[in-house]
Design a binder for this molecule. Structure first.
Ligand code: PGA
Length: 252
């Protein structure tokens, strides 16, 4: 038997929250009693990382970035390097989010380079994969996810793969209010775990319209270890309720 996996809830704020709003969020969250036995991570925009780091000091809540360059420095206008994130004590980084892939042309090969780079710099990649609505309807979800996972971890040593987190986020479920069913998501997660050696025991998160009232049902599934949450992570009360829901789902 492997060790039970601690549930993880990561808030992906996307392009929301100024520095002032970030400070207010963290102060509010820290004033709440948060459940034990659930790992929490906040992923603010780059501009608010420094403020978030300072506001989170001494708390168990982790700090993540939403993206990162594959290069340490160079002529990459608008990019943020792993060295810059390391300096801000960023420990987690979302890589290959579907919005980056679809809107900013991020290719599998780049996601792979970013995963390797994050690992070299001691960060935990949260590697996001998922199928489009059309692929879903055509029954191609498994193939798509398998291909994205294989590409993302190409050439990564098994012990490094085992240090990562994967987020399965069906694109049709993101921000739509129409989450996948826990059973269907769990089945895809099973595919993910079997795809690359090292992924058997990593934490796999579900993402796509996760709310305080549905997170427990996802986390209760055998292959689902938490959630990557956009909209419902933006209010402290809601984020705290997500953590509580994850606890209920994992330990019920
Ligand atoms: P959502 O976004 O929770 O707003 O659906 C999830 C994500 O994109 O990570």
């Amino acid at each position: 038997m492997s060790e039970p996996r601690t549930p993880l809830v990561a808030g992906n704020w996307k392009m929301h929250k100024t520095i002032a709003e970030t400070k207010a969020f963290v102060a509010d969250l820290r004033a709440r009693e948060l459940p034990a036995g659930v790992d929490a991570v906040l992923c603010p925009p780059f501009t608010a990382l420094c403020a978030a780091r300072d506001a989170l000091a001494g708390s168990p809540i982790g700090l993540g970035a939403q993206n990162m360059s594959w290069a340490e420095s160079g002529p990459f206008t608008g990019e943020i390097s792993p060295l810059m994130l390391e300096e801000l004590d960023v420990e987690w980084v979302v890589l290959g989010h579907s919005e980056r892939r679809a809107l900013f042309g991020e290719l599998d090969v780049r996601v792979n380079e970013k995963v390797r780079c994050a690992l070299v710099h001691g960060m935990t990649p949260i590697v996001a994969v998922g199928e489009t609505a059309e692929e879903h309807e055509r029954g191609l979800a498994r193939d798509k996810v398998y291909a994205q996972i294989s590409a993302a971890f190409e050439g990564v040593a098994t012990e490094d793969v085992a240090r990562c987190v994967v987020a399965y986020e069906p694109i049709w479920a993101i921000g739509t209010g129409h989450a996948d069913t826990p059973e269907s998501a769990d089945a895809i997660m099973g595919v993910i775990r079997a795809c690359v050696p090292g992924l058997e025991h990593v934490r796999v998160l579900y993402g796509g319209s996760v709310k305080p009232d549905n997170i427990a049902a996802f986390v209760a599934q055998p292959n689902i270890d938490g959630a990557l949450v956009g909209g419902a992570s933006l209010e402290p009360a809601s984020f705290a309720a997500l953590l509580e829901g994850a606890r209920r789902g994992a330990y019920a």
